[in-house]
Design a protein around this ligand. Structure first.
Ligand SMILES: CC(C)(COP(=O)(O)OP(=O)(O)OC[C@H]1O[C@@H](n2cnc3c(N)ncnc32)[C@H](O)[C@@H]1OP(=O)(O)O)[C@@H](O)C(=O)NCCC(=O)NCCS
Length: 164
């Protein structure tokens, strides 16, 4: 096995990103724009994917995202990401978003997302990704769930590609 394909534990990909919501991130009522949060989710997901694959990656898909609570200017947004499962050239990354209010000392779950990244080389050719090793009960659960989600994505892709 080449060095590049040596399996790595989930913890090697675990990443955290923090953003303070500024007026430019918000609508006129001071609430964080959904599109800005999606951009941050993509970046946080890419961090985990890069750390695991140690290669270039592109975002192939983002599963649906629910925005559970509003986030306001001045809030601190924390995004945590890690690789859930590797397939062949693609991997599923989970991103969980929290909002922290450092004055009230509270933290709330804002959104969760599952993204699929595909690893590519410097000329854009797809390359295999090393397997990921889940070590905790939570990680094993996410690994199993990711397999089920992949089946749903594949059948959905197939359905959309069928000529009408
Ligand atoms: C993602 C991309 C590389 C897939 O290329 P493709 O020729 O369709 O590749 P294939 O159908 O052979 O699939 C390659 C892998 O990607 C996965 N994949 C492809 N489309 C996918 C999708 N919509 N969702 C999840 N996974 C997907 C396949 O399951 C496969 O995974 P595996 O190797 O682990 O089994 C290609 O569509 C692409 O370059 N898209 C643009 C990516 C980009 O620019 N993103 C930034 C946002 S604009």
């Amino acid at each position: 096995m080449s060095d590049h394909l040596i399996p790595r534990p989930v913890r090697d990909s675990q990443s955290e990103m923090a953003e303070i919501v500024l007026p430019n991130d918000a609508n006129p009522l001071g609430a964080l724009l959904g599109g800005r949060l999606m951009h941050w989710i993509d970046l946080a997901g890419a961090m985990a994917a890069h750390r695991h694959a140690r290669n270039h990656v592109v975002t192939a898909s983002v599963d649906h995202i629910d925005f559970l609570v509003p986030v306001r200017v001045g809030d601190l947004v924390i995004l945590r990401s890690s690789v859930n499962r590797v397939f062949h050239t693609s991997m599923e990354v989970g991103v969980k978003v929290y909002v922290e209010n450092y004055i009230a000392d509270t933290a709330q779950h804002v959104a969760s997302a599952h993204l699929t990244f595909v690893a590519i080389d410097a000329v854009g050719k797809r390359v295999p990704v090393p397997p990921v090793i889940p070590e905790t009960e939570d990680q094993r659960q996410r690994y199993d769930d990711a397999g089920r989600r992949r089946e749903i994505r594949r059948s959905e892709l197939e359905r959309r590609r069928k000529p009408r």
